[in-house]
Design a protein around this ligand. Structure first.
Ligand SMILES: *[C@@H]1O[C@H](CO)[C@@H](O)[C@H](O)[C@H]1NC(C)=O
Ligand SMILES: *[C@@H]1O[C@H](CO)[C@@H](O)[C@H](O)[C@H]1NC(C)=O
Ligand SMILES: *[C@@H]1O[C@H](CO)[C@@H](O)[C@H](O)[C@H]1NC(C)=O
Ligand SMILES: *[C@@H]1O[C@H](CO)[C@@H](O)[C@H](O)[C@H]1NC(C)=O
Ligand SMILES: *[C@@H]1O[C@H](CO)[C@@H](O)[C@H](O)[C@H]1NC(C)=O
Length: 507
């Protein structure tokens, strides 16, 4: 029955052909085989794109950034180092859009996902700090750049973000990021001096009018070497006629003993005494006073307290970019970060625990409430100023609140993207928080006029007193003599402030 030719034909079919035929002849494998092949192709395309993207991020962008030479316009050098930042209206003041300051940011992680036109590459970004409505139309926000007072360019904002803790109020602390990109065929790039925001959905804001100077790192434009300075401290806005002069001096001296070299203090309203303290430290280059005067919002209804979340974020950029500080602490005048190890300063502690992949050190809080009895036993007889919080208040809550619950932190500014009041919200890829254990450090909160959690459980804690007492008593009294001996009747006494035990500090 078998035909010779047919027999031969079958025999001559090669194995691959048989394999393919059997695949195609089976309906099940045909259907799913094709899907598989499609998936494989998609996977190949995706991984190829990923390789290209990784090349863009890790090779092209850094190569480009390092190869271009960034130059300033003629007027740049004429600008002094004193900050004259202040709140400015964008367009019609009744609309209550405001901006405060702007910083250059060389970190490429921020710009890597932004679109750029063909023939251009980003080498950094400019971050503008502002108060904007929560429900802003983001695509209508533009950055307007200027150099030597000449209009240069307008770009749609790459990102318009509100700081996390906005509580859905009408206005929110915001930042606007615009990339800076250069033509790949040019070797030098002229950096913009100033930036203004415009908003095309609102007629009075279409034209750019309120320009702020962009702050650049003084040296090391691209953050390539280690930061030149170590520890800076940011203090949230002073408001309601803040007047606790003695507490401020104690605060500054405590942190100076702990390695702080610069304080950034935001002044909305302060008494003459508090201002005298600030000006004294300013004259020594220790304090930078920022004008935080603005109004028009109902705080806690339309905007979170005193615009604090703009201050926190603008402050760590100021410390990191302009100041060149490695560490930035964010605290209030009644909050001291205490390193618990023997004989350590806060700075020693941070350096001993630091690693490349840490973005912040988070300290759990304990409270020294004013209802606890004070202990005046250690007040030196010669002291003109006797009520030092760290020296007469030695009873505190036993159990610290957990991390992120009213905790405070020291951040490494170069690793942080968005700061919050109690912890870091956004940080550079692959970096983590270091939760400081209780035996290594604590946030000591000398709270006045406000009874909080767990006050029934208390212990005596004399560690700050024993470690820093001698130096603090001397330093504080010396400073107060310098600041408050000229006016009649002042006698080297820093005013405690009326109702000093009724302050209601932020947070
Ligand atoms: C702080 O602000 C108040 C109110 O605007 C002002 O009177 C005072 O002079 C300022 N103090 C300093 C040190 O700038
Ligand atoms: C702390 O310092 C004092 C004096 O400088 C010294 O006597 C003491 O041994 C030190 N303690 C520790 C644990 O290093
Ligand atoms: C913080 O801790 C206290 C005491 O344990 C607790 O009552 C409170 O709910 C906590 N707050 C938050 C925001 O977790
Ligand atoms: C206390 O104040 C007086 C008057 O200003 C001053 O002469 C004296 O040196 C001060 N004492 C200390 C310990 O600073
Ligand atoms: C707090 O201040 C009030 C006066 O403002 C005073 O009567 C009270 O004794 C003070 N409390 C403490 C604990 O110092």
């Amino acid at each position: 029955m078998w035909d010779k030719n047919n027999y031969k034909l079958i025999k001559s079919r090669s194995k691959p052909v048989i394999f393919i035929q059997s695949l195609v002849s089976n309906r099940f494998t045909r259907k799913y085989g094709i899907i598989c092949i499609l998936l494989l192709v998609i996977l190949a395309i995706l991984s190829y794109r990923r390789i290209l993207f990784q090349k863009y991020i890790y090779q092209t962008l850094p190569l480009y950034q390092r190869s271009v030479s960034l130059t300033f316009s003629n007027s740049h050098e004429l600008q002094g180092t004193i900050s004259n930042d202040r709140w400015m209206d964008i367009g019609d003041p009744k609309k209550r859009f405001k901006l405060y300051s702007a910083y250059f940011d060389p970190r490429l992680e921020i710009v890597e996902s932004y679109d750029v036109p063909d023939g251009f590459l980003p080498f950094g970004s400019v971050r503008v700090f502002a108060i904007l409505p929560l429900k802003i139309q983001k695509t209508a926000v533009f950055c307007n750049f200027r150099s030597d007072n000449t209009y240069e360019a307008q770009h749609q904002a790459d990102q318009v973000e509100s700081v996390h803790e906005h509580w859905n109020m009408e206005f929110t602390a915001s930042y606007v990021i615009c990339k800076l990109a250069g033509n790949i065929n040019k070797r030098t790039i002229l950096l913009p001096d100033e930036v203004a925001l415009s908003y095309h959905a609102e007629p009075s804001m279409r034209e750019a009018t309120a320009f702020v100077r962009i702050k650049y790192p003084r040296t090391d434009m691209l953050f390539q070497s280690t930061p030149p300075n170590e520890l800076a401290v940011c203090v949230g806005p002073m408001h309601h006629n803040f007047g606790f002069a003695l507490r401020m001096v104690e605060f500054f001296e405590y942190y100076i003993l702990n390695g702080a070299a610069r304080f950034y203090v935001y002044n909305k309203t302060a008494t003459d005494e508090a201002s005298a303290v600030l000006r004294h430290y300013e004259a020594e280059g220790l304090v930078e006073i920022l004008d935080w005067h603005f109004d028009g919002y109902q705080f806690e209804h339309e905007l979170r307290y005193e615009g604090i979340f703009v201050a926190l974020n603008e402050c760590f950029y100021r410390a990191t970019v302009t100041g060149g500080y490695r560490y930035t602490a964010i605290v209030d005048f009644d909050e001291l970060l205490f390193p618990a190890g023997d004989n350590e300063s806060l700075l020693d502690y941070l350096q001993s625990r630091d690693r490349y992949d840490v973005h912040s050190f988070n300290f759990e809080g304990v409270f020294f409430y004013d209802i606890y009895p004070t202990d005046q036993a250690q007040v030196p007889p010669w002291a003109n100023n006797t009520y030092l919080y760290t020296q007469v208040r030695n009873m505190r809550t036993t159990n610290p609140l957990l991390h992120h619950n009213r905790s405070k932190y020291v951040m490494k500014g170069r690793n942080v993207l968005e700061a919050g009041n109690h912890f870091v919200w956004k940080a550079i890829r692959d970096t983590n928080e270091y939760p400081v254990p209780e035996n290594e450090g604590l946030l000591l909160h000398y709270r006045d006029g406000n009874l909080g959690y767990d006050y029934e459980n208390h212990v005596i804690d004399n560690r700050v007193r024993n470690r820093f007492g001698d130096k603090l008593w001397r330093k504080v009294n010396q400073r107060c003599t310098l600041i408050f001996s000229t006016s009649v009747g002042a006698k080297g006494i820093c005013p405690l402030g009326a109702n000093y035990n009724q302050t209601r500090p932020l947070s």
